[in-house]
Design a protein around this ligand. Structure first.
Ligand code: OAD
Length: 257
């Protein structure tokens, strides 16, 4: 990390009208939720093909429910951290602000972000593998094999490997990436597509793209700079400086009236 990049990010954000953000598991790391890759990551203890594919669910729905029930419990037991809160604050400071997350833990919403594009679904909902109807994931859905009224099996409303992202959510995230003045890539390894492609599309369309991640990822070569520190430190630091430079957007629009 260099102090120079901090100033460049502040400078770019101060001039930006359209800001978009892509977050990954690293943004929730300081809430105590494990990331996927690397030592101690979720995929170290579980094979993706056993728990995160439609085939896995067809083979052993109880195993898949157990895996996601444990993740839901962990998410419910955790709280948003300073990174989630800073992103929620940033939403009020730009004419357009779009937050896309690969996370399914619901922590952005709980931190106060009003609009969150959940690219990989959410642990807060389930849907029927038969008729497709969706409902909130409530505690009465016991572990095992909960069933929909139509007789089909409910499944977590998570996008599994081999499945398409929700079309409308994706379209909006892609539009935001292509039109952003500044694009922030926070706490993701950039290993999973199409989500990682958003950051590349933003860079190709001319956004200043900055990575906030203690580790450089394979996408870093596309970016304009980076803050190599934990998101819960970097984002509040950025927001503190920004807040003094950018009034809330309500105030900005009333200035123009
Ligand atoms: P990964 O586990 O692949 O990457 C987490 C990233 O967070 C790494 O680059 C870490 O260096 C970084 N990181 C760790 N602690 C951090 C911190 N405190 N602040 C900032 N960054 C930190 O997780 P994702 O990129 O989110 O998909 O993984 C993408 C997708 O792969 C997930 O949505 C999930 C997974 O398989 C599905 O389940 C469909």
């Amino acid at each position: 990390m260099s102090g120079g990049d901090f100033e460049r990010i502040i400078d770019a954000l101060s001039k930006a009208d359209r800001v978009a953000v892509l977050t990954g598991a690293g943004v929730s790391a300081e809430s105590g939720i494990p990331t996927f890759r690397g030592a101690g990551g979720l995929w170290e203890g579980h094979a993706i093909e056993d728990v995160a594919t439609p085939e896995a669910f067809a083979r052993d729905p109880s195993l898949v429910w157990d895996f996601y029930s444990a993740r839901r419990q962990a998410a419910l037991a955790s709280s948003p951290n300073a990174a989630h809160r800073a992103l929620a604050e940033m939403e009020t400071r730009f004419l357009e602000f779009h937050l896309a997350t690969q996370n399914v833990d619901g922590l952005h919403g709980r931190a106060g972000s009003r609009r969150v594009a959940e690219l990989h679904g959410s642990l807060e909902r389930v849907r029927c593998a038969g008729c497709g109807s969706a409902r909130d994931w409530t505690d009465d859905l016991a572990f095992g094999r909960p069933r929909c009224g139509c007789g089909g099996l409910f499944r977590p409303a998570i996008v599994w490997f081999g499945e398409a992202l929700p079309a409308e959510v994706w379209r909006e995230a892609e539009r935001a990436a292509r039109t952003a003045d500044v694009y922030l890539v926070v706490g993701t390894s950039g290993e999973v597509y199409p989500a990682a492609g958003l950051a590349i599309a933003a860079a190709r369309e001319g956004a200043a793209v900055f990575e906030i991640n203690p580790e450089a990822t394979s996408l870093a070569r596309f970016f304009s700079g980076a803050l190599r520190e934990p998101a819960a430190r970097a984002l509040p630091r950025l927001f503190t400086v920004l807040a003094s430079r950018l009034p809330e957007t309500d105030a900005r629009s009333s200035d123009k009236e």
